[in-house]
Design a binder for this molecule. Structure first.
Ligand SMILES: Cc1cc2nc3c(=O)[nH]c(=O)nc-3n(C[C@H](O)[C@H](O)[C@H](O)COP(=O)(O)OP(=O)(O)OC[C@H]3O[C@@H](n4cnc5c(N)ncnc54)[C@H](O)[C@@H]3O)c2cc1C
Length: 297
């Protein structure tokens, strides 16, 4: 039987590409440091008057202005909502997204080609209008049962829905009885979104008894830091992670770039094999039950 997840409010209005909601940018701030090789921005949108009631784990679509070469409008790009349902100001009229400025690596091109939507979004200024669709997503949602152990695995901007989860749990709801373990892979400490000195939106809740977060840095700059990917952090904590899986009352969420799934699967394949179990069979069952949730792009 499927585990029961949070319900999407029936009252929410869902916008479609033909008639998007025009939101307004309230603020846009860099989440990465100036010296960082990547730029990720935290963009807060005003959705007041839209009738949108999103919940944690959902995404919104943004339609960049202009047309494709075919003369058709640009397609919408999805962005995970990084705020909990009441928004970052508690007014229930805002939605936060965190957007990485992306360049398409074309070996043949002399210059890097800017990604359409991410560069459009990262260049927006407060007061600008944005065509928005959604909210979308019915699966990547928290379980109803708060004694469920949560295993959250993210790389880069994949942290966005987990910021929403954590803020909902500790700020809006106030507690979670199950254990919450966040494994987060980034290039270096400058890109540790929501887990750094300037913005500790997630890190601040590590004082909570049930919550622990582990960071993996893939490019280290000094000897004190250990180099590794998110799957290495997961493997370091394999005993507890496997115990959660065996206990049975768990939900795993994986979010970020597509390539991350392989490393995560390797860890679980090894763990299962040690018990004489077949990971693909187990995983298929967990997916069916809503216990294994993936949102990669
Ligand atoms: C469910 C879902 C949630 C998403 N949430 C977020 C989010 O919270 N934050 C966010 O920044 N993006 C998110 N994305 C990705 C986003 O939708 C766009 O694909 C991304 O911003 C690139 O769009 P673009 O128009 O700038 O690039 P395009 O002009 O469409 O070019 C796409 C190219 O960019 C590459 N690309 C896409 N994302 C990245 C990345 N992060 N790093 C490196 N290369 C990339 C693609 O592989 C492709 O080559 C999400 C995607 C999905 C499906």
């Amino acid at each position: 039987m499927k585990i029961k997840k949070y319900s999407i409010p029936e009252s929410t209005v869902i916008y479609k590409p033909k008639s998007p909601f025009i939101a307004r940018v309230i603020s846009t701030t860099a989440l990465t440091e100036a010296e960082s090789s990547d730029e990720v921005r935290n963009i807060i949108l005003d959705v007041s008057g839209s009738g949108i009631h999103y919940i944690e784990g959902q995404s919104i679509g943004i339609i960049p202005p202009g047309e494709r070469e075919t003369g058709k409008s640009h397609k919408a790009r999805l962005y995970s909502i990084a705020s909990a349902r009441t928004g970052d100001d508690g007014s229930s009229t805002t939605a936060t997204i965190c957007v990485k400025r992306v360049y398409n690596e074309d070996n043949m091109a002399e210059a890097k080609v800017p990604g359409i939507a991410s560069n459009y979004l990262c260049d927006l200024k407060p007061g600008d209008s944005v065509a928005l669709i959604g909210p979308n997503g019915r699966r990547f949602l928290l379980p109803d049962d708060d004694s469920t152990d949560l295993i959250l695995i993210a790389v880069g901007t994949g942290i966005a829905p987990f910021r929403a989860f954590i803020r909902h749990i500790f700020l809006e709801k106030g507690f979670w009885n199950g254990r919450i373990r966040l494994f987060y892979g980034i290039k270096n400490a400058m890109e540790a979104l929501f887990l750094n000195d300037q913005n500790d939106d997630i890190g601040q809740y590590m004082t909570q008894e049930t919550f622990e977060a582990f960071r993996a840095l893939s490019r280290v700059h000094n000897e004190d830091e250990e180099k590794g990917y998110v799957q290495h952090k997961l493997a370091e904590h394999k005993q507890e992670v496997w115990e959660m899986i065996c206990r049975g009352n768990f939900a795993v969420y994986i979010c970020g770039l597509k390539g991350m799934e392989e490393g995560v699967d390797e860890v679980f394949t090894t763990l299962a094999k040690q018990q004489g179990l077949d990971w693909p069979t187990m995983k298929a069952k967990f997916i069916k039950k809503g216990q294994w949730n993936t949102e990669v792009y």
